[in-house]
Design a protein around this ligand. Sequence first.
Ligand code: SIN
Length: 334
Amino acid sequence: MDNKSVRGRRVVVIGTGGTIAGRATSALDNIGYSAAEVGVAELVQDLAPDGVTLLTEQVAQLDSKDMDFGVWQSLAERCSEWLALPDIDGIVITHGTDTLEETAYFLQSVLAPEKPVVLTCAMRPATALAPDGPQNVRDAVCLASGNADSAARGVLIVCAGRVHGAFDVQKVHTYRLDAFDSGDAGPIGHIEEGMLRRVREWPAGDRASADRVLERVRALPSDRWPRVEIVTSHAGASGRVIDALCASTAAGDALDGLVIAATGNGSIHRSVEAAALRAQEAGVAVVRATKCVEGRILPVVNATLRDAGKLTPVKARISLMLELMTRSAAPTPR
Ligand code: SIN
């Protein structure tokens, strides 16, 4: 019997809102609900596996479309404090599905945790006839406690019985309960009756660099985080959006970075590219990320704008923001 079996396992469940905490006026209504109404303590009631103690903390209560840097900063802070306690085995975060992949990517970048931090969610509100939240929470707790696999680590996502890694996961469906996918990387594994059937490696993390980023995330007020915008390239696109963004810098609202949501292998409409190059010349950090849901940008020789590899535009934006935050210790000029 190991020490954990003797003392039992302890998991912190952090609530942030979402459909999982949503309430509708009718149990038959799966879409006409208000997100973020039920408290996290209520969501986890009676869901702890034997020998697992759940502690709860409500860090936010919002529809995740409105996620903001202040909540991310609090989440990073609270997770890092809980993870440092030797008697905490892991963390579960209940979250809306709409920006879950962004929060997961952010947390993996700033924590690279050696313990499991498991984000989970639901596509139906808590009041639904057949809600999906309770099973997702139960699976997430099994993973975060180490019961499902004692080697679990990193920021993970559990939804509809599948376990995804923070770098690869994407919401791919508007309504289906199994709304997430990891593209051609595939899921990390499957939770089956509380046990993990793992099919690939845990997320890799560089703790030393994550610690450096976390230090900046803690130190910089969330309203001073770098301003990085996403501009989409498509048929008939023009560079005017980028020119307007750069003009806002001149008007005192500095644009620090730009992600071009590019077509195919990172190609960009010539008008957008010309404006992006002007922006880069003016000191804006510019990155290309592909809109394709699978694959990665394969580098080509003589590329004038760097690429984000396999990162989606929203994740490339977070990556660029964190890079700009750590590039200089001085606050971003506004
Ligand atoms: C949200 O993202 O908070 C609402 C949608 C959902 O959780 O499915």
